[in-house]
Design a protein. Structure first.
Length: 455
């Protein structure tokens, strides 16, 4: 009995000694997360530590966007990068983490690191050997995350994601919550300018990175899809005859969903399995349809106006800079454009006419606060295609609500006039409606048909 006890004690002592020498199961530190821009990224994730020289790791991103790094014996903080494709577009996004744990990579993490870095040149940050700079960025990152939660709060509230930490909270690319927000928006930054887009309306606004913290974005104006519903974005599009346009579709709550794309009208054009639509040569209104592969009873459509749309459009091309563009105007003797803007976000308008209006008499009035008026007239008929004028404002704070409305009048040489009234301010969100298992996508009724009137 004593001999067995001695042997047992010897075995236990040996195991303890083996464990203390590292022969047992030691703890493993990891940095893991999901790389997504709505849809999961397909590509490679990279991690760089703060040692000198720095250690860099790389791993393939899984089909659901997940990745994981073993950072045992590496030095935090860590800078992360994901390079690949999402929604058919090439994407490179960055993130950061002060310690092992969750570190998701997405457009919001990229924007937060840019704010913490004081510059959106994150390629330079990632390649830098300045470990002090990485520690400075990591220290500033929590404040940047809080700032972005506040900036996008008016939109995030609709996705029940106002307090979600888009870097360190568990995340899944399943088209719900924060991921659905990333589906319905496009957020990017380049050369100090932040570009935010409502995918549903294909409407874009710009602000300087340095001004981002000064405002807030009520970004999404279209309906929020319920679980199981299919959405097609944008919900309407204008395409030139024989031109092309790219649509996207998601099914809320369903990860890695696939769709069958089709055009409802015979002769209405073609669409690829990736959602790239090619218009016919015949003008008209057509509809593209996305049908769920896993549940064919779920589908939705988007309307395409081929060769139609407004003859005059106004689009923001840089922070506070708006291009007034003509779409194939011909046989015209006069154009009048009146734009109403939000004086709380932009002020001091300046107008510059383009050479497309050469030979016409042009005038601009900015004396009435909140309104800019442009006009061009000619003794004979003229044609105009492309940018006809640029309106530049001083931007007082970041916002997507800069222009409120636009009225356009086009006078033809046959003494008829076409009048258009367009509501430019984003409408309030509306809940989706069920239509035979599909969600009826809300379309802002902002562009009435033109009235033909005698002069």
């Amino acid at each position: 009995m004593v001999k067995k006890m001695v042997m047992y004690c010897s075995v236990v002592a040996g195991l303890l000694l083996l464990s203390s020498c590292g022969g047992g199961n030691s703890s493993v530190s990891t940095v893991s997360g999901v790389a997504a821009a709505g849809a999961p990224l397909s590509g490679t994730a990279y991690l760089k530590d703060s040692s000198s020289p720095a250690v860099e790791l790389s791993v393939p991103i899984a089909a659901d966007g997940s990745f994981s790094f073993d950072v045992t014996n590496l030095t935090p903080p860590f800078l992360l990068k994901a390079a690949g494709t999402s929604n058919g577009s090439s994407v490179t996004l960055y993130s950061a983490s002060s310690s092992p744990g969750i570190a998701n990579i997405n457009p919001l993490s990229h924007l937060a690191v840019s704010m913490a870095n004081g510059s959106d040149n994150l390629t330079d940050l990632y390649s830098s050997t300045d470990t002090a700079r990485m520690r400075t960025v990591a220290a500033a990152l929590p404040d940047a995350i809080t700032a972005l939660q506040r900036v996008f709060q008016p939109t995030l509230v609709w996705f029940e994601a106002t307090t979600a930490n888009f870097i360190s909270d568990p995340f899944a690319a399943n088209h719900t919550g924060l991921d659905l927000f990333l589906d319905m928006t496009s957020i990017s930054t380049s050369n100090g300018v932040v570009k935010v887009t409502d995918r549903g309306l294909n409407r874009t606004s710009y602000t300087h990175l340095s001004d981002l913290d000064s405002g807030s974005f009520d970004l999404v104006a279209t309906s929020i899809p319920r679980a199981g519903q299919v959405s097609v974005w944008p919900i309407t599009a204008t395409v030139e005859a024989s031109g092309s346009f790219s649509f996207m579709a998601i099914r809320a709550g369903a990860a890695n969903e696939h769709f069958i794309w089709s055009v409802e009208e015979a002769g209405g054009g073609t669409i690829t399995p990736e959602g790239i639509y090619t218009a016919p040569s015949t003008p008209g209104t057509y509809h593209v349809k996305a049908t769920s592969v896993s549940d064919p009873g779920r589908s939705n459509t988007a309307a395409v106006s081929v060769g139609g749309g407004l003859p005059i459009e106004i689009v923001e091309s840089a922070p506070g800079v708006f291009d007034v563009t003509a779409r194939g105007l011909s046989d015209v003797i006069g154009i009048s454009v009146s734009v109403v803007y939000d004086t709380a976000t932009i002020t001091n308008p300046r107008v510059e006419f383009n050479s497309h209006l050469a030979g016409t008499i042009t005038s601009a009035s900015v004396t009435t606060s909140g309104t800019v008026r442009l006009a061009a007239i000619s003794a004979g008929s003229f044609a105009a295609t492309g940018k006809i004028a640029t309106i530049t404002f001083d931007q007082s704070r970041a916002s997507v609500t800069k222009l409120r409305s636009m009225e356009v009048e086009v006078a033809r040489s046959n003494f008829t006039a076409e009048r258009y009234s367009v509501i430019l301010v984003l409408p309030t969100m509306r809940p989706p409606q069920e239509v035979n298992g599909s969600s009826a996508q809300s379309v802002p009724a902002s562009v009435p048909l033109p009235a033909q009137e005698s002069l």
